[in-house]
Design a protein around this ligand. Structure first.
Ligand code: MOS
Length: 723
C-alpha cells in the first residue's frame, strides 16, 4: 500500500467543511425548536403558562403535552426498546429530574425560540428527591435479582480470599461524567408527504428509524435516517433521543421542516451520562504476588425509572488468570435521567479500581508492577475455560516497558525527582475490552469506470470507520483509495445497527470482506490479488455489478440479522462457542508533581494496544491518543457535580465541566501489536476505540502514588489529594 493511502479518507471533506453533519442541513422554510426544561428536582407540573412565550414575535408553536396516541413510549435500550431511557418527556405532568423538558417551542428563528423558552412559567408540586447514591431515598437493588443478569463467578472467591497469605481490600469511587461530544445533539426533521426524513448525527440510524416509526405509529419503511458524519459519539448518540419524536410531530403540525440543536447546558440532562460507581476490590495472593482470589463488588447509580445494568466485572474477571473470582453488582436508584454508555462505560472505572489494587499488591509483595502482571498472565479465559482468540497483553506490557524506559524506575515512592525538583512518578496499568460483533450487511458495487462503492452498517463518528472500510477495499482489490466511495450511517443503504461497544470494525469489515469475495466470483477473477476493476467489469458486458453479503458473529444465529433490521441491538460476544475474545492494552504514564503547588502534570504516556489487525493505522493511532487524552481527563479533571438541594447536575458548561486543554497534554506514544485475530473474523480485526481508554486513569493514579506515596481512591485526583 502506498503511504499516501494510509490516511483518514474523509480528511479533505472535514477540513474544507463539505462534510455535512445532522444539523448542518438548512432546507427551505426551516423552523427552529428549543426546549424549556424543569427547574425542580422532582415532582409534577401543576400548570404551565405559555402565554408570554407565544407572544414572542416569530413563535409558531408551543407544545407542552402529547397524547399517548400521538407519541408512544420509545422503550429503554437495555430492555428491548430504542431510547437511552424509557421516559419520554411531554407525555405526562411528572417531572422525574431537574432538566427534563417540559415544553417544546418552535419559531422562525433560533433567537425567538430561545427567548420564548425563557418565558415559559411552570407551577410545580415538588417531591423529595436524591441525586447521591448514599442519601436517604436512594434505593439499592441487587442486579442479579432485579434484572436477572448474573454476576460473574468462578470458584469460591470468598473462601480463597480468606485463606490467602496476602490480602488487599480497598474501595474506590468513580464520579459521574458526561460525554460532551463536540457536535451538539440535534438534527433536522422534515416530512415529504407521508415520508419522514431525519438528518441527525447518530450512532444508530436503525434505532432512530424503527423507534420513531413505533413512537409515531407509522411504517418504518416511511422513515429515512441520514447520518453520514457524526461529530463525536462516545455513547451520547447510541439510541433514539427524546427530542426527535416531538420534533417530528411539530414539523407535521406546522407543515415545515424543523431543526433542533440542544444547547450545551441542556445536553447534560437530555442525554445519558456515565453514572457514579463505587468499587470494593479484594485481592488474595501468595507472597510472590500470584493471584489466588479476586472479589469486585460494585454499586452503580441508575435512574428511578430504568435499571441501567452494571457490567464492570466482565473485564476485571479477564485481566489475569485468577482461579477464584466473585463479587456482587448493585444498582442504586436516584432521581436523574437514566445513565448510559460513555466510552469504556464500565471498563474504565473498573480498571481504575482493579488496577490500582493490583499496583498496591505489587507494593505489598515487593514485586515490580510489570513483572507481577506478567506472572499472572493467562492464555485461557478463567471464567469460561475457553481459550482467548488472541491475547497479546504480555507483549503490550513488555514492549511498552521498553519504549517507556521502565527499567530506570526506582520503585520507592517519592524517590525520583526532576531537574526542577518536581516529584516524578512512573505508573503502569493494563486494560481489556470485550471484542464483539454485530450483524452486518454490505453492498459493494463495481463500475465500468473502475470505481467501487460500498454501503454497509456503520456510523462515522470521527473514529475512522470510513477510512478502515476504504483501505480494506483498496488493499483487497489493489486499487487507489480515491476510487472507493463508502456510504455509512444511511438507513437507505443497510439496516444501520448501532455502532458502539467497539464492534464497528469487526462488524463492517468482515461483511465487506465477504462481499468482495462474491464480487470477485461474479467478475470471474481470482479470489485474491490486484484487480483491474474497470476491465473486469467491462468484460462482463455490464456497466456495473452489485453484490450484497451478510455477516453475523461466530456461532450467532442468522436471525440476529432480523433483530438488527428492526433497529434493536444484536451484538455477539465476548464469549463465542469456541473462544473468548477481548482486545488488550498496556499504558505507561509519567507524572510530575510540583513540590510547592502540588500541581500534577503528565509529560508522557506510552500505550501499546492489541486490537488484532490494524487496518487503518492513522485513525487507529488517533483513537488511542484520543482515549489517552480522555483517560488523563478522567484521572485529573472531569466530574459531574451535584447538590442535594437542587437535583440534576450543576456544572453544565464546558467552562465548569473541566476537560483537558492543550497545556495538559504532552507526548503520547502509541504502538500496536498488529497481529490479526483470524479466529474472531476473516479480516483479523478486534476493536480499539474503547480498550485504549481502559487503564489510563489507573496508570495515572499509580504514577501519582509512585511520585507521592499517596494511594488514590477517588477520581478526579486533585491538589488536595496529594498534599
Ligand atoms: Mo460506546 S460508549 O459503546 O457508544
Amino acid at each position: 500500500m502506498k503511504n499516501a493511502d494510509l490516511r483518514r479518507v474523509d480528511a479533505y471533506e472535514k477540513v474544507t467543511g463539505t462534510a455535512t453533519y445532522g444539523a448542518d442541513r438548512v432546507p427551505e422554510n426551516l423552523a427552529y425548536a428549543t426546549f424549556a426544561v424543569a427547574t425542580i428536582g422532582k415532582g409534577r407540573t401543576v400548570a404551565i403558562d405559555t402565554a408570554a412565550a407565544e407572544a414572542v414575535p416569530g413563535v409558531r408553536l408551543v407544545l407542552t403535552r402529547f397524547t399517548d396516541e400521538e407519541l408512544r413510549g420509545p422503550g429503554f435500550l437495555m430492555a428491548g426498546g430504542y431510547a437511552f431511557q424509557s421516559l419520554q418527556p411531554l407525555l405526562s405532568d411528572a417531572v422525574a429530574y431537574r432538566g427534563q423538558p417540559i415544553a417544546l417551542i418552535v419559531a422562525d428563528t433560533p433567537v425567538a425560540a430561545t427567548e420564548a423558552a425563557e418565558l415559559i412559567r411552570a407551577r410545580y408540586e415538588t417531591e423529595p428527591f436524591t441525586v447521591r447514591i448514599d442519601d436517604e431515598g436512594a434505593t439499592s437493588v441487587l442486579q442479579e435479582e432485579a434484572i436477572g443478569l448474573p454476576d460473574i463467578k468462578v470458584g469460591d472467591a470468598e473462601a480463597a480470599y480468606a485463606a490467602s497469605p496476602v490480602r488487599i481490600d480497598e474501595t474506590y469511587l468513580h464520579p459521574a461524567q458526561h460525554q460532551v461530544p463536540l457536535e451538539l445533539i440535534g438534527g433536522v426533521v422534515e416530512w415529504h408527504g407521508d415520508r419522514l426524513v431525519v438528518h441527525e448525527s447518530t450512532q444508530t440510524a436503525g434505532a432512530l428509524r424503527n423507534g420513531l416509526a413505533k413512537q409515531l405509529n407509522i411504517d418504518p419503511a416511511d422513515v429515512e435516517v441520514i447520518s453520514p458524519y457524526t461529530g463525536g459519539g462516545f455513547g451520547a448518540r447510541n439510541s433514539l433521543q427524546p427530542h426527535i419524536g416531538p420534533l417530528a410531530l411539530a414539523a407535521r403540525r406546522l407543515n415545515r421542516p424543523v431543526k433542533l440543536v440542544i444547547p450545551r447546558t441542556q445536553t447534560f440532562h437530555t442525554g445519558s451520562f456515565r453514572p457514579v460507581s463505587r468499587h470494593r476490590v479484594r485481592l488474595g495472593a501468595d507472597p510472590s504476588g500470584r493471584l489466588l482470589a479476586a472479589l469486585h463488588d460494585v454499586e452503580q447509580q441508575t435512574s428511578r425509572h430504568d435499571l441501567y445494568p452494571a457490567m464492570y466485572t466482565e473485564v476485571t474477571s479477564r485481566l489475569y488468570g485468577v482461579p477464584n473470582f466473585g463479587g456482587q453488582q448493585r444498582l442504586v436508584q436516584t432521581d436523574v435521567q437514566t445513565p448510559g454508555f460513555m466510552r469504556a462505560p464500565y471498563e474504565g472505572a473498573a480498571a481504575f479500581a482493579f488496577e490500582s489494587a493490583i499496583d498496591q499488591l505489587a507494593y505489598a509483595t515487593g514485586q515490580d508492577p510489570v513483572e507481577l502482571r506478567l506472572a499472572n498472565d493467562t492464555a485461557t479465559d478463567p471464567i469460561t475455560g475457553l481459550p482467548f482468540s488472541s491475547r497479546h497483553l504480555a507483549q503490550c506490557l513488555k514492549r511498552g516497558a521498553e519504549r517507556f524506559g521502565w527499567e530506570k524506575r526506582d520503585p520507592s515512592p517519592g524517590s525520583m525527582r526532576a531537574d526542577d525538583g518536581s516529584f516524578v512518578g512512573l505508573g503502569v496499568a493494563a486494560g481489556c475490552y470485550a471484542a464483539m460483533v454485530a450483524p452486518g450487511i454490505a453492498q459493494v458495487s463495481a463500475a465500468a469506470d473502475g470505481r467501487v462503492t460500498v454501503g454497509v452498517d456503520g456510523h462515522e463518528m470521527g473514529q475512522g470507520i470510513r477510512s478502515a472500510i476504504a483501505l480494506l477495499v483498496a488493499e483487497d482489490l489493489g486499487i487507489p483509495v480515491r476510487d472507493v466511495a463508502v456510504q455509512v450511517g444511511d438507513s437507505r443503504v443497510a439496516p444501520q445497527h448501532l455502532t458502539a461497544g467497539s464492534w464497528g470494525s469487526a462488524t463492517a469489515l468482515p461483511a465487506v470482506h465477504k462481499a468482495l469475495r462474491q464480487l470477485r466470483q461474479q467478475l470471474g477473477v481470482a479470489d485474491t490479488g490486484a484487480l483491474d476493476v474497470a476491465a473486469a467489469v467491462r468484460a462482463t458486458g455490464h456497466q456495473s455489478l452489485e453484490v450484497e453479503a451478510t455477516n453475523v458473529g461466530p456461532g450467532q444465529p442468522p436471525e440476529a440479522l432480523d433483530v438488527s433490521r428492526s433497529g434493536l441491538i444484536a451484538p455477539a460476544g465476548p464469549v463465542f462457542p469456541d473462544f473468548t475474545a477481548f482486545s488488550w492494552v498496556a499504558h505507561f504514564v509519567e507524572v510530575r508533581v510540583e513540590v510547592t503547588t502540588r500541581r500534577i502534570r503528565v509529560p508522557r504516556v506510552v500505550s501499546v494496544a492489541d486490537g488484532g489487525k490494524v487496518v487503518s493505522p492513522v485513525t487507529a493511532a488517533s483513537q488511542v491518543r484520543g482515549a489517552v487524552v480522555w483517560g488523563i481527563s478522567g484521572a485529573l479533571r472531569e466530574a459531574n457535580e451535584v447538590d442535594p438541594r437542587f437535583g440534576g447536575f450543576l456544572n453544565t458548561t464546558l467552562e465548569e465541566y473541566a476537560v483537558p486543554v492543550n497545556a495538559d497534554i504532552h507526548r503520547i506514544d502509541v504502538d500496536f501489536i498488529d497481529e490479526p485475530d483470524l479466529l474472531f473474523n476473516d479480516v483479523g480485526v478486534k476493536g480499539i476505540g474503547e480498550v485504549a481508554m481502559v487503564g489510563v486513569s489507573a496508570a495515572v493514579a499509580n504514577a501519582v502514588f509512585h511520585a507521592t506515596g499517596k494511594r488514590q481512591h477517588q477520581l478526579p485526583i486533585t491538589l488536595e489529594h496529594v498534599l
